[in-house]
Design a protein around this ligand. Structure first.
Ligand code: ZN
Ligand code: ZN
Length: 291
C-alpha cells in the first residue's frame, strides 16, 4: 500500500482525528491565553455551535454520501478534469489542486457576501456574538450543501488527485479552527505568517460588526488572494479588544447563539431587501441622469 492509498483508505479516521486534535489544542490555547473576553456563556455557544456541526455532518452524509472524495474518485475513473488529462508529477498536481481549490473557496466567500440571498445563509456564520474555535465550524446547513455542490463542480473541472481533496478538506478544517481561535500570535510572527496564511488576527477583522471590515479578509487558508484582489485589511479600527463581533440585526443570544435561531435565521427578516435596493438604485440613476 502506498502512502496515498493509505490516506484514501483511512480518510474518515484522518479527518475526524485532525478535527478533534485541532479542537482540543485550540480550546486549551483559548483557556490559557484568550485574546478577548467572551460576552456570551461559553457553554451555550459551544453546545449550540458544535450541535450545528454535528447536525450538518449528519445531513451532509445523508444528502451526499460519497461527498467530495467520492466525486474525485469518480472524476479520476472517468478521466475527467485538467489534472486527469495532463499527467503532471503527483506532488505538483496535489499542490496545484490545493492552491486552486483554496482560490475557489475565496471566490465563493466573496460571492456569499455579495449576493443578498446567499448572505442570508452566510450571516449565520457571522452572527456569532463571540469569536472562537467553534465559530470556525458554524455554518448554516444549506451553506454546507451549497459548498459541496460548488466543490463537485470544481473537482469535475480540475480533476484533482483524490489525496489532494482529502488533504484540502483536512487543511481547510484545521485552518478554519485555527484562524477563528480566540488567540493571538506575537505581532512579528503574525506579520510574517500573514504573507502566506490567514492568522487569527487577520480573520477576526472579517467578523467585525462594521460593514467595510466584514467585507475584507475573505481568505481561509492562503492570505494571497486578499492581497492580490485588494480585499486585505491589516487590523480592525477598534482594536482586537475594542471591536464588536457579529452583525447588527442579530444581537439576541436566543437568535444568534441557539441552534433553532441559527437554523431559522436565513428565513427571518424582509425578503424585499433586494427589490428595494434595485428601486433605490434606479431612482438614484434617474436622478443623476437629470443632474
Ligand atoms: Zn464571511
Ligand atoms: Zn469566519
Amino acid at each position: 500500500m502506498t502512502f496515498y492509498e493509505f490516506i484514501a483508505e483511512h480518510e474518515k479516521t484522518i479527518r475526524l482525528s485532525f478535527f478533534v486534535a485541532t479542537l482540543a489544542i485550540m480550546a486549551l490555547w483559548e483557556i490559557i491565553a484568550p485574546r478577548r473576553a467572551l460576552t456570551v456563556s461559553k457553554t451555550v455557544r459551544w453546545v449550540n455551535n458544535l450541535g450545528l456541526v454535528f447536525f450538518n455532518s449528519f445531513i451532509l452524509r445523508l444528502v451526499f454520501p460519497a461527498a467530495a472524495v467520492g466525486m474525485a474518485v469518480f472524476a479520476t475513473q472517468q478521466g475527467w478534469g485538467l489534472f486527469n488529462y495532463f499527467q503532471l508529477p503527483i506532488v505538483a498536481s496535489i499542490i496545484l489542486s490545493i492552491i486552486i481549490m483554496d482560490f475557489i473557496i475565496y471566490l465563493q466567500h466573496v460571492m456569499v457576501h455579495a449576493v443578498p440571498l446567499l448572505w442570508r445563509l452566510h450571516r449565520v456564520h457571522h452572527a456569532d456574538l463571540d469569536y472562537d474555535v467553534t465559530t470556525g465550524a458554524r455554518f448554516h446547513t444549506l451553506e454546507i450543501l451549497l459548498s459541496m455542490l460548488i466543490k463537485f463542480a470544481v473537482i469535475v473541472v480540475i480533476g484533482p488527485p483524490v489525496v489532494a481533496v482529502i488533504l484540502f478538506e483536512v487543511i481547510l478544517n484545521a485552518m478554519a479552527m485555527f484562524n477563528h481561535g480566540n488567540v493571538g500570535l506575537p505581532r512579528s510572527l503574525d506579520k510574517l505568517l500573514r504573507w502566506f496564511i490567514v492568522t487569527p488576527d487577520m480573520h477576526r477583522v472579517h467578523h467585525s460588526i462594521e460593514d467595510d471590515e466584514t467585507n475584507s479578509n475573505f481568505g481561509f487558508n492562503l492570505s494571497w488572494w486578499d492581497r492580490l484582489f485588494g480585499t486585505y485589511r491589516d487590523q480592525p479600527r477598534g482594536g482586537h479588544q475594542g471591536m464588536t463581533i457579529g452583525i447588527r440585526n442579530f444581537r439576541e443570544p436566543k437568535q444568534a447563539a441557539w441552534i433553532t435561531g441559527m437554523l431559522t435565521m436565513p428565513f427571518t427578516g424582509k425578503v424585499s431587501g433586494y427589490a428595494i435596493n434595485r428601486r433605490q438604485w434606479t431612482e438614484e440613476n434617474r436622478k443623476s441622469d437629470h443632474e
